[in-house]
Design a binder for this molecule. Structure first.
Ligand code: PAZ
Length: 373
């Protein structure tokens, strides 16, 4: 696709998919946040996190979703804060958040860490106090210093509008802006003109009650016995099935790199389930969009190993300790001496973020030396 064609696809997408209601409020918050930290000469990172939904109805009852709980994004945000970055956390509503993730329903339920003391007051169990205190201090410091801005999204459309708005606001930061795109973004969606207004029905009740509203010809008004020419021997008549027809979501990484935040450092993630194609897909993405780093990860091992794929350097695997099951990029098991030892509690983001920050240092240095020439 030529540059003008991709610009047209971008304009058409944003013109036909309405922005989220909170966009103006979020943009104002992000603008104030960025200017506060730019004035203090602080680096700002946009972390995207969690999965986007694809609504099947305008009044949405059903939607397509994905597995991401936002662990990568929330954990990364904490390590960026520890590294001195101000963090804009663009996340799926109700997904994991920095700091509070430690006490979410699926890890430690907060209530299990509390007890009633002899005066009938709620207290933290002494055995858990130290670890809670550590998280609490970091959380309170981030809040006190306004280092963390939380911006929620739900749908793929919301996400893209928010991403474009925040990325554009970050453009004036130049090379000191970092975009770290860990959200699991849907590749397919139902365009608004094909979205049902109301909840999709499994019967033809609407057509029966309001025949004047029935689209013509309507698959929904066929009755059960209607001949089905879709399969040779259908188990369920076609009129009873829900067939979802999805369009591809335009690839916005190109717009991000070339238009929205052209000087910032852009890090994308690539998720695969087939180890044989991970590195190839990551390299392909890097070459196609010409950004700065793709971090590849596999669904089954994403908490223990990732691969950095960047221009003009060897692929670099980062690994933390865990029990067995290691594989290389081609799916072959690692030799025992290649399997890292160490603290099984260590989070892989403790390795990812310093490595990204180092590449960001290099990116800034390279941009300043190019400016001087
Ligand atoms: O949320 P999570 O920690 O369970 O998963 C993180 C992840 C796998 C979604 C992320 O690391 C990632 O790869 N994001 C990009 C996914 C994609 O290829 O669109």
């Amino acid at each position: 696709m030529s540059a003008s064609e991709s610009l047209q696809a971008e304009d058409a997408y944003f013109a036909s998919n309405a922005p989220p209601k909170q966009l103006a409020a979020h943009t104002a918050l992000a603008e104030a946040f960025i200017s506060q930290h730019a004035a203090a000469n602080r680096r700002v990172v946009l972390v995207t996190s969690g999965g986007t939904t694809v609504p099947l109805e305008k009044n949405t009852v059903r939607f397509i979703d994905n597995f991401s709980a936002g662990t990568r994004g929330a954990t990364s945000a904490e390590y960026f804060l520890s590294a001195g970055y101000a963090v804009i956390f663009l996340h799926r509503q109700f997904s994991l958040l920095p700091y509070s993730r430690h006490y979410s329903h699926s890890t430690d339920c907060l209530l299990d860490l509390l007890e009633e003391d002899s005066d009938g007051r709620v207290a933290v169990r002494p055995s858990d106090s130290d670890r809670i205190l550590d998280v609490l201090r970091k959380y309170q410091s981030a809040r006190r210093n306004n280092m963390l801005l939380l911006l929620p999204f739900v749908t793929i459309g919301d996400y893209l509008h928010e991403l474009r708005a925040v990325a554009r606001l970050m453009a004036p930061l130049g090379s000191s802006g970092l975009l770290y795109l860990a959200a699991a973004v849907s590749d397919f969606f139902v365009p608004p003109e094909r979205l049902s207004e109301h909840k999709i029905q499994s019967t033809n009740i609407v057509e029966k009650l309001y025949p004047q509203d029935a689209p013509s010809p309507s698959p929904q008004i066929e009755d059960e016995e209607t001949f089905d020419n879709f399969d040779a021997s259908p188990r369920v008549p076609r009129s009873k099935r829900l067939i979802i027809d999805l369009d591809p979501v335009p690839k916005f990484l190109k717009s991000l790199v070339e238009g929205w935040a052209p000087l910032g450092m852009i890090v994308s993630f690539k998720l695969e389930t087939d180890p044989r194609i991970l590195v190839h897909k990551a390299r392909y993405s890097l070459e196609r969009y010409q950004h700065h780093l793709v971090i590849g990860n596999l669904l089954s091992t994403r908490k223990w190993e990732v691969v950095f794929v960047a221009p003009n350097r060897e692929d670099q695997w980062l690994r933390v300790a865990r029990h067995g099951g290691w594989g290389d990029a081609e799916g072959r098991p690692l030799r025992p001496d290649e399997v890292p030892e160490g603290d099984p509690e260590q989070e892989i983001e403790a390795l990812i973020i310093p490595a990204v920050a180092k590449l960001h240092d290099d990116h800034i240095a390279k941009s300043s030396s190019a400016e001087r020439k």
